[in-house]
Ligand binder design. Sequence first.
Ligand SMILES: CC(=O)N[C@H]1[C@@H](OP(=O)(O)OP(=O)(O)OC[C@H]2O[C@@H](n3ccc(=O)[nH]c3=O)[C@H](O)[C@@H]2O)O[C@H](CO)[C@@H](O)[C@@H]1O
Length: 401
Amino acid sequence: MNSAPFRLVVTGGGTGGHTYPALTAVRTLQARLAAQGRALETLWIGTATGLEARVAPAEGIPFTTVATGKIRRSKNPLKLASPANVRDMARVPLGVLQARRAIDRFQPDVVLATGGYVAVPAGLAARMCHRPLVLHEQTVRLGLANRKLAASAARICVSSESTLALLPESARQVAVVTGNPVRPEVLSGRADKAVQALQLWGFDRQLPTVYVTGGAQGSQQINELVGEVLPWLLQQTNVVHQCGPDNVESLRARAAGLPSELAGRYYLAGFVGPELPDVLALADVVISRSGAGTLAELTALGKPAVFVPLASSAGNEQAHNARHLQEAGAAVALEGDVTVDQVRIALGPLLADAHLRRGMAERARAYGRPDAADRLVDEILSCASGQPVTAGRRGEPFLPR
Ligand SMILES: CC(=O)N[C@H]1[C@@H](OP(=O)(O)OP(=O)(O)OC[C@H]2O[C@@H](n3ccc(=O)[nH]c3=O)[C@H](O)[C@@H]2O)O[C@H](CO)[C@@H](O)[C@@H]1O
């Protein structure tokens, strides 16, 4: 058996949706190799400003940055030729050079790319260095970075069965449905720990708890809607509101106007860090954007959810995600110019009826994929040993199981 350390370059990031699947893959691979008495050496190629620049060093993963630029999509050639776009595109070749140097020096067995702008230079460099490239896509439609890299990939791991039909034939040949990896700790949160902390704040244990989240950056639209219904909501619930790091100040000022008997039931946070699993465990209902990462977590946990999709998400994929679950009775989807009344109508019955919540939770769980990280690691290892995609793994249904 090979006892040399396994060498992995991982690239991807920007948002949580690209960063956390990469992190989960690294950790799962490390555990798998450790069980075989083999070490993992990892290098993360990211951007200095993305979430990965905080996450990788905090996890003790060696981290390096390369130049990259936002890749914009537009059918308008004038927009494509805008100074910002030209400047950003010009940074990509420099990033490729830098990534190529890093990959040449590191000599990875596999390069794993999970999307985001930085994945483009690093993925292209992987091909130039003749290293097997494994792509992971979280959303139904391939993101821009993965579309650019698809032709260079040895494996395209996708989160949903419906992605397969959207791939060109050549890409389908190397595609495997793995699901979207969820951090294991997210699945083992403890409601009692969250309660302990939040009771000190003023939470009422007899009432259900609503977790509001707009994704890593927070969502202006959700923040506004929740602000409007807050007095009504706090009459019957506790609320943990993750509003985005830049919005805390203004929302704290707004919260100062709440009647004192309600204020203790409202906890505001810019970003929910290590305590996220406990908050999720406590939540009876979640109000959220429908990014792929959040969706994977909420379905794996089986949480009743009201989704307010980001309308401008690539290919409208957040709306697609939310609709898909709504059709199965596994969530409520509110789209477009959502009104305060719609929020009340969606939340009211769920808050009032635990039986209704249980039914929705069960249906949501049917879409969860807690084994996704293991499946992705299977593909990384199989790629490293030069194995082709096995036909049986292609096109296995993901939604629903
Ligand atoms: C604005 C944007 O481009 N959104 C895209 C981005 O989602 P984005 O990264 O915004 O959202 P996701 O739902 O995919 O992931 C967010 C992740 O951050 C975590 N989290 C969030 C808030 C917080 O306070 N603490 C915390 O840990 C969540 O638990 C989750 O793991 O990538 C996703 C996956 O490619 C896409 O589906 C989204 O359309």
